[in-house]
Write a protein of this length. Structure first.
Length: 276
């Protein structure tokens, strides 16, 4: 199983508790821009967050699996190319679980059960036909397209086949592997609307959608994100974030510190403990 798939499972378990329905999707708040060429839209999306080095995002998160939906407040701290910290805050802003992702290590601190996990990605067994890397997850957090395998997306629209769709364009990665379908859509406001990554050979797919873009302090960000995974578990799983609030380029305290009283365990044992 791919290491990032296990990360998704951890989030699902950590959020289990209070159940609710999805909130109604709000309308986009960013006005439509003048019509731009596909090349210009592509370039605008790529450079939007190039100078941003850190961010904090607060939101309400919903996880759906097997017809059940769990929810919690979450806080995400991000430091470019270094780390992404996800804190689960189900009640009164009290953190019960923290996960820190780095390019080579996964940390999980469970305050409720007083245990923690620290694993090098090299220790995780198994490989998925979808190589979802830290770079890919970072790009999705920034609402920025990426190339399969986590490579940096070149500023060259010639790598993509472009077709008009709705109020924007669809960009399909033409040099991609024959067994991989990867494309994304950008609307005429230069906002990423959707990303689809499908591997027919393994029946696995990743679909991401963004909505409710608005501008705060000259920075354009979505207020809603949806990530749907199919073929990784016995049933499809989806993550929905709403009421997202970003604070850009402020100092972020990303910590992997663990109390000496906490017991170290492995990820599989931790999941089994939570599910008892």
């Amino acid at each position: 199983m791919n290491r990032w798939v296990l990360v998704s499972m951890v989030l699902l378990v950590a959020l289990s508790g209070c159940r609710n329905r999805y909130a109604t999707v709000s309308e986009d708040l960013l006005p439509l821009a003048k019509e731009l060429s596909p090349d210009r839209l592509f370039s605008e999306v790529l450079v939007r967050h190039d100078k941003d080095t850190s961010a904090q995002m607060k939101a309400m998160a919903y996880v759906s699996l097997g017809g059940n939906t769990a929810r919690s407040r979450v806080q995400i701290r991000w430091a470019r190319d270094r780390a992404l910290q996800i804190s689960i805050l189900p009640l009164m802003g009290v953190e019960i679980c923290r996960m820190v992702l780095t390019p080579d290590t996964v940390y999980l601190i469970d305050r409720y059960h007083k245990q923690y996990v620290k694993e090098s990605v090299d220790e995780w067994q198994g490989q998925s036909s979808m190589d979802i890397s830290f770079g890919s997850i970072q790009s999705l957090f920034l609402a920025r397209p990426f190339l399969p395998g986590g490579k940096t997306l070149p500023d060259d629209v010639l790598l993509f086949d472009v077709a008009a769709v709705g109020e924007g364009y669809r960009y399909t990665y033409s040099p991609g592997q024959p067994a991989c379908d990867y494309h994304f859509e950008i609307d005429n406001r230069a906002c990423l609307g959707a990303v689809l990554w499908n591997t027919p050979s393994s029946s696995r797919s990743l679909v991401c959608r963004y909505a409710g873009y608005h501008m705060v302090e000259e920075s354009v960000s979505p207020t809603q994100m949806t990530f749907a995974l199919s073929g990784f578990f016995s049933e499809p799983v989806s993550f929905f974030f709403e009421k997202m609030e970003f604070d850009w380029n402020t100092p972020q305290n990303i910590s992997m510190a663990v109390s000496l009283q906490y017991k170290r365990t492995d990820l599989q044992t931790w999941i089994e403990t939570i599910l008892r």
